[in-house]
Design a protein around this ligand. Structure first.
Ligand code: GDD
Ligand code: MG
Length: 342
């Protein structure tokens, strides 16, 4: 059985961190995000299809370094085809029933349970569902008590949302779903395909689960997942190998080989590998990129400093994204991918 991992987005809402890396490789507690997804795959999945385009070599090298006991197919789209187009593009590798997984999700979903539920309901497609307050950022399902989905709206206005149950980004689909997707086009699974399957087959289902779920789509959720995991693991901080910390830390994560100077206080922040924060700095809710430097006497709140950036001495900054290097070629100015037409 195959699992398609949708890892082709640019992750524009996570820039500048995604100027230099694929979104699915962003470290979460010092481990690339995609690892959490790979750990979720049940034994029935023997083939992982990586639906990629932007920064595909990075993703491929990382997957190869893991030596998984599963076949890895790197399915490189000539250009981003959207969530539906990417699934269609994998058609030649699919045999029967397959999983599709968004690559920016951290959750407690048990994929074997979704398989059981899907079989019991004789579904054409089953999607995982999670309740949220901010429905407008997600795809929202109209669901009957038995799990049958009768409507699906992607990113609705709150007043048009049929429920508070959103698509949690993991699907189990029968191969007939592929017949609904045109080849070689930019197509959104959520906007264009799900509504058609619902209307045509009446056998589209939603599976609700318990535990935790988070979409790591923005800097705020990137910070939040770390707070959540620190609490869950009952840790004050999480510190990588070979760090030299002379300051104080509170609910923060340090990658490997991070240097923190004297009289520096770091709260609720993530400092990636090989970064340096010099003396007399205060950081609160910040993300500091790999090999970046924050010089002496900086006071930063909600600041993201991109990889390899150097911030000069004595700044007082709030709510800023700092990136002074060229934006990579082909990186979109606006968010694309899954928000086609919206
Ligand atoms: N291969 C490929 N090609 N992958 C893509 C493309 C593409 O053109 N565009 C997006 N992706 C990948 C992203 O990397 C991500 O893993 C997944 O598809 C979903 O895209 P996002 O851009 O993250 O979508 P979203 O977060 O706005 O909304 C989606 O996820 C929500 C849950 O987090 C939708 O599926 C919503 O319905 C859902 O509620
Ligand atoms: Mg997302």
């Amino acid at each position: 059985m195959e699992a398609i991992i949708l890892a082709g987005g640019f992750g524009t809402r996570l820039r500048p961190l995604t100027y230099t890396r694929a979104k699915s490789l962003l470290p979460i507690m010092n481990t690339p995000m995609i690892t959490y997804l790979l750990d979720m795959l049940p034994k029935e999945v023997d083939t992982v299809i990586l639906a990629v385009n932007y920064r595909k070599n990075q993703i491929e090298s990382y997957l190869q370094s893991l030596n998984l006991d599963k076949k890895i197919i790197v399915n490189d789209e000539p250009e981003p085809l959207g969530t539906g187009g990417a699934v269609k593009f994998a058609e030649k590798h699919l045999s029967d029933r397959f999983f599709v997984l968004n690559s920016d999700i951290i959750c407690s979903l048990d994929l074997t349970k979704i398989m059981k539920f899907h079989g019991k309901m004789d579904a054409v497609g089953t999607i995982s569902l999670w309740p949220v307050d901010n429905v407008s950022e997600f795809g929202v399902a109209d669901v009957k008590d038995d799990g049958n989905i009768t409507g699906f709206v992607e990113k609705p206005k709150p007043e048009n949302a049929p429920s508070n149950l959103i698509n949690a980004g993991a699907y189990l689909l029968e191969s007939k779903v592929l017949d609904y997707i045109e080849t070689g086009k930019l197509i959104s699974m959520e906007k264009e395909i799900f509504p058609q399957i619902i209307n045509d087959t009446h056998r589209f289902y939603g599976y609700q689960f318990k535990g935790h779920w988070m979409d790591i789509g923005r800097i705020t959720s990137y910070l939040k997942i770390h707070e959540f995991l620190l609490d869950k693991q009952n840790k004050k901080n999480h510190i990588g190998l070979k760090c030299d910390n002379q300051g104080t830390l509170e609910k923060s994560v340090l990658g490997k080989n991070v240097q923190i100077g004297k009289n520096t206080k770091i709260k609720h922040s993530i400092i990636l590998d090989h970064a340096t924060i010099e003396d007399h700095c205060q950081l609160d809710h910040c993300v500091i990129g790999e090999h970046a430097t924050v010089s002496n006497h900086n006071d930063l709140d909600y600041v993201v400093l991109g990889d390899n950036e150097v911030l000069s001495e004595q700044n007082n900054k709030e709510n800023e994204i700092i990136w002074t290097q060229p934006v990579p070629e082909g990186y979109p100015k606006k968010q694309i991918g899954n928000v086609i037409g919206g």
